[in-house]
Design a protein around this ligand. Sequence first.
Ligand SMILES: NC(=O)c1ccc[n+]([C@@H]2O[C@H](COP(=O)([O-])OP(=O)(O)OC[C@H]3O[C@@H](n4cnc5c(N)ncnc54)[C@H](O)[C@@H]3O)[C@@H](O)[C@H]2O)c1
Length: 388
Amino acid sequence: MKTLNVGMLGCGFMARTHSNAYSQVGHFFDVPFKPVLKCCYGREQDIEVLKKFQQRWGYEEIETDWKKLAARKDIDIIDVVAPNFLHKEMVLAAAAAGKMIICEKPMAMNLDEAEEMVAAVEKAGVANMVMFNYRRVPAISLFKQIIDEGRVGRPFHYRAVYNQDYTISANVPSGGAALWRLSAKAAGSGVTGDLLAHSIDTAEWLNGPIKKVTAYTEVFIKERKNSDTGEMEKITIDDACMFLAVFENGSIGTFESTRYARGRKNYSAMEINGEKGAIAFNLEEPEYLEFFRYSDPDTGKKVEDHLTGWQKILVTNGEHPYMSKYWVPGTTIGYEHTFINALADFLNSSNAGGTGPKFEPDMRQAMRTQKVCDAVIRSAKEGRWVEV
Ligand SMILES: NC(=O)c1ccc[n+]([C@@H]2O[C@H](COP(=O)([O-])OP(=O)(O)OC[C@H]3O[C@@H](n4cnc5c(N)ncnc54)[C@H](O)[C@@H]3O)[C@@H](O)[C@H]2O)c1
C-alpha cells in the first residue's frame, strides 16, 4: 500500500479532527493509502501548543514556516486547517508543489480568491477537496438518498438554521486562537462564511442551486478587544445573518444563523417539505432522521394509513450510509466520524486516483457555496435581492 505523507497546516480544532481522521480511516475503511502524520505547522508564537499537538497525535516533525512544509518533496498531501485568510496562499503553494489538497471551509475569503484557487489546482492537475463534512453525517446522506428516491416529490419549502451562542458576552475578545473568526481581516465574513457556508453547501446538495437571495445581517457588539494587538477593534463581520432564497427548482428557502442564540451550541438543522413527503434533521440528535410520508413514490397515491405521521429513524443500520463500516445496529457514531467518512471517500475517489466515484465537492464545486455567500453579503449591504 502506498504511504501518504501528511503536511498539516495548522494545529487547532480542525487539525485535531483531520489528524484523527488520518489515524482512524484505515481502521474502518479499505483505502489505497496508508496515511503517515509526517509534519504539522503552527506559528512560532504557538510553539508550545504545536509541540503538545505533535506529541498527542504522533506527528514525526513540526514546522513553523508553512511555506517550507508545503514545498517539501516528501509530503504527499497538504491539509489546510488555518484561518480563512491563509487558505488561498496555502492552496496556491500546495498546488504549485504538486500536492493533493484538503482545504477547510469556507474555501476562501471571497469568490475572486476561490476562482484563483480553482484555476491553480486545475492547472496543476492535483486532487483536491473542500471539507464540507456534514454531507457525510449518515443521517444527512440518508436525507439525500430519500430525496433521490423520489419520496419528497416536488419541493416547496427548504429551511436551514445554524445557531450558536458563544459570542454573547462583550468580553469575548477577537483575534487569536479560534476567535480570529470575529476579525474581518482573518475570516472574511462572520456567520455567513463560518456557519451558513455549511447550510448552503448542504442545501444545494439536497435541493439544487440557489437562484437568488435577499439577506439581512446584524452586528450586535460593535467593538471588541483584539487579543493579538491588545487594541479595541471595530467588529465588521456579521454576528447574525438571515436570508431568503429562491431555488432553481422553484422552491423557496429561509436560512438563519447567529452566534447569539442563547442555549444553542452548534444547532444545525434543516427541513424540506414536498408534495409527497418531508424530511427533517438536526445536529443535536445526529443519529436520527425524521421522515413524513404522504404518498407512495411508485403510485403517487396518498398512503391510506391511520398511522401516517412523522417517523423518527435511528440511522445506525448496516443499510444506512456509512454505518456498515462501524459497529452493530443500534450503536451510534459521532461528529469525528464525519471527517473519517469524508477522508475515506476522498482517498478512494477517482480524484485521488482510486476506483471509487468522483469526490464531491472538489474546489470547483465548492466555489458555488462561495458564490452564494458573496451574494448574501452583497444583498445585506445593498438591501436588495441579488442573483447568484
Ligand atoms: N468543517 C467544519 O465543520 C469546520 C469547523 C471549524 C472550523 N473550520 C474551518 O477550519 C479552519 C481552521 O479553523 P479552526 O477552528 O481549526 O481554528 P483554530 O483557531 O482552532 O486553529 C487555527 C490554526 O491556524 C494557526 N494560525 C496560523 N496563523 C494564524 C493566525 N494569524 N491567527 C490564528 N491562528 C493562526 C493556529 O496556530 C492554529 O493552529 C477555518 O477555515 C475554519 O472555518 C471548519
